[in-house]
Ligand binder design. Structure first.
Ligand SMILES: N[C@@H](CCC(=O)N[C@@H](CS)C(=O)NCC(=O)O)C(=O)O
Length: 371
């Protein structure tokens, strides 16, 4: 049986919990309180992060993408990745959007409208036996780190209204898609569903003010959240089908187009800047951030606004997952991937040239050299 160190308010914790439940992988969930951080997470991972899995065989897994890679290999049943290369490339693109781009509404709404709730919960998770006053004091301290991520990702008073307009449009388009299909890529949940579920459940459904908004604006998205949150091993394994990746439904292309419009320039610029930075640096262990850039939210719309965000190194690592599929495919399949990504305006990400790759070593992002 696997052990999942987690807290309910965690974005990535929600992603992996739902995945483990869907795959019927037995696990026990242990609250990531301060005792667990000092006795389990820090000694094994080396830095404070959640979620972390300790496998039955004693292996430590950190980072939900690595966890899912691991379980897709050892548990092939109910794969969350389509077989065909276009469907796989699209799944990693959706994972990247869910993990990194949906941070904008998730962090914005939590810290603008649900701050007290989140602070108290963080204090409670840290030490459930402490007094309410002590939990509040510690909760405020912990919350400072997470609130600090807002300006890093360009979430400020200046960009807030545009982030909200984009999120409401996302809900509208996802609602329309869910009127036709139960999941993002058709009749069964895919990697993208789990990645979207992270922010949509942990922040945007669970946090009280955001939950009210979602229930009012997007009841089908709420139903999807509930569905994604209630997989259990008693459910029979059913064979469903994916959408046709050579001609994806309009509801999906509209949704993807909306999400990709502002994110494509962000990721293209980030990876290009990182390639230049890597050429001029000899660092092996990657810093989390390596510069700052302007970016646009709501391009072409009345709410369009320009903000500043830090350049992250992690974006390239996730982008490599999309490009690995593309570059490892036959010419025919590459054509199909280009065609698919063109349907929603993201084909330019397939041209990103990565000569210095990133990998992982001891739960850290590193320049991919031979060790
Ligand atoms: N990309 C990682 C991110 C994990 C992550 O960012 N977890 C948050 C909580 S939801 C955290 O503990 N962050 C601490 C940190 O990054 O310093 C994953 O997929 O697991």
């Amino acid at each position: 049986m696997e052990t999942l160190y987690n807290v309910d308010a965690s974005y990535y914790g929600a992603k992996i919990r739902s995945y483990l439940q869907y795959k019927s992988i037995p696990f026990t969930e242990v609250l990531g309180d301060r005792g667990v951080f000092s006795a389990k997470i820090l000694p094994k991972v080396g830095w404070p992060v959640i979620p972390v899995i300790l496998t039955e065989l004693g292996e430590t897994l950190q980072d939900t993408s690595d966890m899912i890679d691991h379980y897709e290999l050892v548990c092939a049943e109910k794969s969350v990745l389509p077989q065909a290369a276009p469907g796989r490339a699209l799944s990693y693109w959706l994972e990247l959007i869910g993990d990194e781009w949906l941070k904008l509404p998730a962090l914005h709404y939590r810290w603008r409208y649900n701050c007290d709730f989140a602070v108290r919960e963080m204090g409670r998770n840290n030490d459930p036996s402490a007094t309410a006053d002590e939990q509040l004091r510690v909760g405020k301290k912990i919350a400072k780190t997470f609130q600090g991520w807002c300006p890093i990702h360009g979430i400020t008073d200046h960009t807030g209204a545009a982030i909200e307009a984009e999120y409401l449009e996302f809900l509208r388009l996802f609602e329309k898609h869910l009127a036709a299909f139960p999941y993002l890529l058709g009749g069964q949940p895919s990697l993208g569903d789990f990645a979207f579920f992270g922010p949509l459940y942990a922040h945007l459904y669970r946090d009280p003010a955001s939950g009210v908004l979602m229930r009012e604006a997007a009841p089908k998205v709420c139903d999807w959240v509930i569905r994604m949150n209630s997989f259990n091993s008693q459910q029979p394994i059913e064979e469903h089908s994916w959408v046709d990746f050579e001609s994806i439904p309009d509801t999906l292309s509209h949704l993807l187009n909306h999400l990709s419009r502002d994110f494509v320039p962000v990721i293209v610029e980030e990876v290009q800047a990182l390639q230049l930075w890597l050429q001029s640096s000899s660092d092996v262990i990657m810093p989390r951030y390596f510069g700052e850039v302007d970016f646009v939210i709501g391009a072409g719309h009345p709410h369009e606004v320009c903000g500043k965000r830090k350049l992250t190194t992690y974006g390239q690592w996730m982008m490599q997952r999309v490009l690995n599929v593309f570059e490892g495919s036959s010419d025919r399949q590459r054509e199909k991937i280009i065609q698919l990504f063109s349907c929603f305006g993201a084909h330019s990400v397939l041209d990103i040239a990565i000569s210095i790759r990133l990998g992982k070593r001891n739960f850290q992002l590193v320049r991919d050299i031979e060790f």
